[in-house]
Ligand binder design. Structure first.
Ligand code: ES4
Ligand code: ZN
Length: 336
């Protein structure tokens, strides 16, 4: 329809995509071979072939079920060039979808756990970012994510490597987030790291209210997050929702992810209209596009199919995603 043309042409900003979530089954098999890494086909038959792995991605039962594949998939990344190529692949695809600015997550703890140095990871991904800025005219931001399924000590170690690298001052890494298993580990497990980062003026975000109840969102805000990744369960706490709207906190919503991980049955259940009505700012994002069946434009189109938004509503969404991007006003003016 005409509106799909219009949606394709909207200047998009992506705020919620994990670079490791851009590893397609094809790339996993290719890098496993190139880097001499054995995929666990003996214990998990899904790894028998590209086709069986792709088919398995259509039947995730929960966030943790997905995460086991996500962490296995990223274990084939070894060299700086692997990280740089993966980031470049994502930016090329996003650019084709009409993304002008992208803020992308990466999970150094998981790679460090298997012996890859922090510098290889961050500098490899950063190389991909710089290439997208040079060759595609995009603006990019790298956000380092702590992962909640590993001990807080390992996050502290990565945090110290990050501080020692000078990457924040150099603009290589722009902010911090947390992700992975939501329900189970202490809600405030990064209290110390977030307090320290906040004092240094490092922008903070956090995955919360995806599988977990709204108290995960309020704890994230208490610890200094100024953005919430997912946050769809915010609608269960009207008082908190009012506060999020008043404070202009952005939710980075990922509709196809929510369906694949069974947080909702269908995109119709993602509370897009409730957020619009309550004046809650949100952006629409792809999360782990290689695992969830679509990049950002697929997510925009799925929202349109399910919610039939007006041109005016789409303009509000696009404008909020520019305004709440972590970029200077001059760059916002270029994007609007
Ligand atoms: C994630 Cl969908 C999702 N939720 C939490 N953590 C994640 N890491 C990568 N994708
Ligand atoms: Zn995510």
């Amino acid at each position: 329809s005409d509106l799909h043309e219009f949606i394709h042409g909207l200047p998009k900003c992506e705020h919620h995509v994990h670079l490791e979530g851009c590893m397609s089954p094809e790339l996993i098999f290719e890098l496993a071979q190139r880097n001499g890494i054995e995929l666990p086909a003996a214990t998990n038959p899904a790894y028998a072939s590209i086709a069986s792995l792709s088919a398995r991605y259509e039947h995730f039962t929960s966030l943790d079920d997905f995460l086991s594949f996500y962490f296995q998939g990223m274990a084939v990344l070894c060299n700086k060039a692997d990280f740089a190529d993966l980031a470049w692949w994502y930016f090329s695809k996003a650019h084709a979808d009409g993304v002008h600015h992208a803020e992308v997550f990466f999970d150094p703890q998981v790679h460090e756990d298997r012996g890859i140095p922090y510098e290889t990871i961050a500098e490899g991904f950063s190389e991909g970012c710089k290439r997208a800025e040079r060759e595609l005219g995009m603006s990019t931001r790298l956000i380092l994510c702590f992962v909640r399924h590993l001990p807080v000590d390992s996050a502290q170690k990565v945090y110290e490597n990050f501080l020692a690298s000078g990457h924040f001052q150099a603009g290589v890494v722009h902010g911090l987030g947390w992700s992975s298993t939501e329900v189970g580990p202490p809600k405030d497990m990064y209290r110390a790291q977030y307090a320290d980062a906040k004092a240094r003026g490092i922008p903070l975000t956090a995955h919360a209210g995806e599988e977990g109840d709204p108290s995960h969102i309020s704890v994230a805000l208490e610890l200094g997050a100024r953005r919430i990744d997912h946050g769809i369960r915010l609608i269960e706490d009207p008082a908190l929702m009012k506060r999020v709207a008043e404070e202009g906190i952005l939710l980075t919503v990922c509709p196809l992810s929510n369906v694949r991980l069974r947080c909702v049955k269908k995109v119709e259940e993602v509370p897009i209209r409730r957020f619009l009505q309550a004046g809650v700012k949100f952006s629409i994002n792809s999360d782990d596009p290689a695992y969830f069946g679509g990049y950002i434009l697929d997510n925009y189109c799925a929202v349109q199919e399910a919610h039939k938004l007006s041109v005016l509503e789409w303009r509000i969404i696009a404008e909020n995603s520019v305004q709440e991007s972590w970029i200077p006003n001059e760059r916002k003016a270029e994007l609007l």
